[in-house]
Design a protein around this ligand. Sequence first.
Ligand code: IPD
Length: 266
Amino acid sequence: MTPAELELREYAVLGLVAEASHLALDYFGRSDSLNITMKGAQDWLTAADGAVESFLRERLGRLFPADGVIGEEGGGEAADAVWIIDPIDGTANFAHGDRNWCISIGFVLAGRPEIGVIAAPALGEVYRARRGSGASLNGRPIRVSGTSDIGRASLEFGWSKRKPLDSYIEMVRRGFEAGAAVKRPGAGALGLCHVACGRTDAYAELHINSWDVAAGLVIAAEAGAHVNDFFEGDAITAGNPVLCCTPELQDELECITGIVSRHKDR
Ligand code: IPD
């Protein structure tokens, strides 16, 4: 794929995410139209998830018919050129009327994330990056914090029921014991963006799905973050652990989380 074809995809997806944001905002805060169902304890599904994903699938399919599409709700097959969508990341927040949720669209080529666009419509924020072109928030360049003192660090550790609770609690304990503050705001894609713009110093999760991170990992890497080798193996369909942090904290975060990369970014 040529640089021009990638650039075209980046601009197309910026337009689509703006439309998808209006669609999601029409549902947000209207508990009467959310049609909430639980896929399991703490595993939420709202009418907005389905509506936003259908909209994005239909438009991407029309614009780029040769590309594959994988979405949190509709699934899909891994392909050489593939869009990876989370229609609403932070669905539990969305359903509760908490504004910390986003729409995440990543484009992965030959196993490498190339484009990431994440919109947090209720917060008025759009993050974007294309590999090699830097990362921005609402058009302004962003950069990781550069924090090297773990005693000043703010860490986000994502949680899901896909891993035993003890392993999560142990990771949180090690984070606090090292002197950091640990939190869990509940939208993994936005968590990666917050590392990218220096609001936090790290995001880690012992297992996360590709639709939660495909866009955020490009954005964070382009903002100077260390990101682990998430896309190894069958991560696109089965997920993997994720660690994303300001590079100065890579060694300490690898000890705290146990998520170790072969490469050093510091
Ligand atoms: C979840 C959120 C959460 C993360 C979970 C994800 P969803 O996605 O991103 O922060 O910890 O791993 O499953 O269900 O809100 O789209």
